[in-house]
Write a protein of this length. Structure first.
Length: 473
RNA sequence: UCCCCUGUAGCUCAAUGGUAGAGCGGGCGGCUGUUAACCGCCAGGUUACUGGUUCGAGUCCAGUCGGGGGAGCCA
C-alpha cells in the first residue's frame, strides 16, 4: 500500500503539482472511453468537492481486462504524472496521466448499484444511507458538518470555554426536556417485580431507572460554577413521536453555560457562535457551498453572508406578541389568534422572522407559565429571563435562559410546578454553595446545518438519521 | 399522535376503467481529449401488500405497510 495524496491537496495548488508524480486513491464517479486509445476516469476521494480526472491509456496491461470494466463506485488506486490543464472557462485545472492503475474493488452488479451519476431523490438516498456518502450532496454535507463542528470548538476555545463531556446515560429524573429512551439490562420477557407488582429497578444495571440524556444542561451547570465558561457538544436523545423535517430522535446539541452572565450575554454568545460557524463554512468550504447554491438552494451563500453581516434583531416576547396581534388586526390570517401568555405557534414565529424582520430574531423574556422551572424569574414576577432565537425557514434554532440562582425562588418554582425538590438535591446544592448568576442555551446542530446548506430536512443533515419507526443502518 | 399527499423497471416519472411506456442508468456495437457526451441495438415489471366492485383494475373502494409534507412537542 502506498500513502496516497488527497485530491484536495493536489487541487489546492495545481501549478505546484504540475509534472509531479503522485498516487491517488478513491472511488470512480464516471468513465468515458475514447477510441483515440484512452479512457477518462473521474475519481473522487471525498477530500474535497471536486474529483480528479484520470487519463488512462490503453497501453496499460490491465486496460482491456479491468479499466474498461470500471463503473461508478469502483475503488481504485492510480499512479502517474499530474499535468496542468486549461478548463473551457479559462480556469487552471489538473489531471493525471496514469501509468499504473490498480483496482481494489469492482462493483459487483453495476446495474443495481444505487448511486448513479444522476439526480436522486433525497427520500431514496435516505434508504441508501450506507452509500449516500458517495454522492456530491452528502460528501459536501459531511465536510460542512465537520467544518461547523470544528468551528464550534474553535469559537469556544478562543473565548475561554472548556468542553465538558456530560454523560449520555443519566439516572437523573429531573431533566424534563421531553420523553426519554430507557436504558436497561433487565430481561424484558421476565421482568423482576416488587411485592406490589411494579418493575423492580433495584435489580437493573444502575440499581435505579436510567435513560439516555435529553440535555446536558444540568450537568454542565455544575462545571460552569467552577470553570466559569463551559459547553457540551454531543448526541442527545428524545423519544418524542415527532414526525417532522425538524426533529430527530438522536441529534447533536451544543450547550454552553456561562457563569457571571445574564440573558444579554447569553444572546451575545449565541450570536457570536452561529456567526463563527457560518463564517468558517463560507471560507473553508466554499466549494461545497457553491454546490448547494447550484443544486439545492440558490440563496445558501447569500443567506449566510447576510446572517454574518448584520446584528440579530432582539425583541421582548411582549413586543413580539404585539407585532403579531397588530398583523392579525391588520388582516393577516393566523390559524391561532395571538394573545399575551400563549406559547407562540410556528406560524407566529415564522411571521416574525420571515415577514417582519427577514433575519434571525432573538425573542426574550417569556411568560413564566410556559417556560421551565430553572429559568430566572424577572422582577415583574410574570416573566422569566428566557430567550429563543428564531431563524427564517426553520423556526426555533436556539433555546436558552438565564438560570435561577436564588435558592428560595428556585424552590418556589419547583413547588409551583409540582416537581419533587428532593430529586433536584444536587442541582439545588449549586445554589447553596457559592451561587452566581449564570446563563446558557442549546443550539441544535442539525438545524443549524439545515439552515446553512438549504437542505430542507434535518434527516439529511446527519449521517444516519434516527426517527420514529426508523433505525436502519 | 392528528390532517393532507403518495407508492408503476436499478433511479426519475408517464399511462381517459380496455395490449405496461419513456428518459437516465446497465450490457453490446459505433463515434469521440471525453467531461450531464452523442448515435444504434438489447435486457429489464407479481404496478407495495390483502381483499372488494367490474365483462375487464396500475387506475375505483376498504384495510394493512412504507415514504413525504404540514401541525403539536421541541433543538
Amino acid at each position: 500500500m502506498h500513502a496516497g495524496t488527497p485530491i484536495a491537496v493536489i487541487r489546492r495548488s495545481p501549478s505546484e503539482w504540475a509534472s509531479r508524480r503522485a498516487v491517488v486513491q478513491g472511488w470512480v464517479r464516471t468513465r468515458r472511453d475514447s477510441k483515440a486509445g484512452i479512457s477518462f476516469v473521474n475519481l473522487s476521494d471525498g477530500s474535497c468537492f471536486d474529483a480528479l480526472q484520470l487519463v488512462v491509456p490503453n497501453t496499460l496491461a490491465n486496460y482491456a481486462t479491468e479499466v474498461l470494466r470500471l463503473t461508478a463506485g469502483c475503488s481504485v488506486e492510480a499512479e502517474g504524472t499530474l499535468v496542468q490543464v486549461q478548463g473551457k472557462d479559462g480556469t487552471v485545472g489538473v489531471e493525471m496521466q496514469v501509468e499504473k492503475l490498480q483496482v481494489h474493488g469492482f462493483v459487483e452488479d453495476p446495474d443495481t448499484y444505487p448511486i448513479q451519476p444522476k439526480a436522486h431523490s433525497m427520500e431514496f438516498l435516505r434508504e441508501q444511507a450506507h452509500l449516500r456518502s458517495r454522492t456530491n450532496t452528502f460528501g459536501a454535507l459531511g465536510r460542512i458538518r465537520h467544518t461547523m463542528a470544528q468551528a464550534v470548538h474553535r469559537y469556544f476555545s478562543d473565548n475561554g470555554f472548556f468542553w465538558i463531556h456530560t454523560p449520555i446515560i443519566t439516572a437523573s429524573d429531573c431533566e424534563g426536556a421531553g420523553e426519554m429512551f430507557r436504558v436497561s439490562t433487565l430481561d424484558l420477557a421476565n421482568l423482576p417485580r416488587t411485592p406490589d407488582g411494579k418493575v423492580d429497578f433495584s435489580q437493573d444495571f444502575f440499581g435505579k431507572e436510567s435513560h439516555l440524556t435529553v440535555s446536558g444542561q444540568l450537568n454542565v451547570e455544575c462545571w460552569a460554577l467552577a470553570l466559569s465558561r463551559v459547553y457540551t457538544f454531543g448526541p442527545t436523545f428524545r423519544a418524542e413521536n415527532s414526525n417532522t423535517s425538524r426533529h430527530l430522535a438522536e441529534f447533536w446539541m451544543i450547550e454552553p453555560e456561562l457563569a457571571f452572565a445574564d440573558l444579554k450575554m447569553d444572546a451575545d454568545c449565541a450570536e457570536g457562535l452561529m456567526k463563527a460557524m457560518f463564517a468558517a463554512t463560507l471560507t473553508e468550504r466554499h466549494d461545497d457551498m457553491k454546490f448547494f447554491v447550484e443544486r439545492v438552494d440558490k440563496e445558501a451563500i447569500t443567506r449566510l453572508e447576510k446572517f454574518c453581516a448584520a446584528p440579530f434583531e432582539r425583541i421582548d416576547y411582549t413586543e413580539a406578541i404585539r407585532l403579531v396581534e397588530r398583523a392579525a388586526a391588520g388582516g393577516h390570517k393566523f390559524e391561532y389568534a395571538p394573545f399575551w401568555g400563549m406559547d407562540m405557534q410556528s406560524e407566529h414565529e415564522r411571521y416574525l422572522t420571515e415577514q417582519v424582520f427577514g433575519k434571525p430574531v432573538v425573542v426574550m423574556n417569556y411568560p413564566k407559565d410556559i417556560k421551565a422551572f430553572y429559568m430566572r424569574l424577572n422582577d415583574d414576577g410574570k416573566t422569566v429571563a428566557a430567550m429563543d432565537i428564531l431563524a427564517p425557514g426553520i423556526g426555533e434554532i436556539v433555546g436558552g435562559s438565564q438560570r435561577e440562582e436564588r435558592l428560595d425562588v428556585l424552590d418556589a418554582r419547583i413547588t409551583e410546578m409540582k416537581l419533587d425538590p428532593a430529586a433536584y438535591w444536587w442541582y439545588r446544592d449549586l445554589r447553596r454553595y457559592g451561587s452566581v448568576p449564570h446563563a446558557g442555551f442549546g443550539l441544535g446542530f442539525e438545524r443549524t446545518i439545515a439552515y446553512a446548506t438549504g437542505l430542507g430536512n434535518v434527516r439529511d443533515c446527519i449521517p444516519f438519521p434516527r426517527t420514529p419507526k426508523s433505525c436502519a443502518f
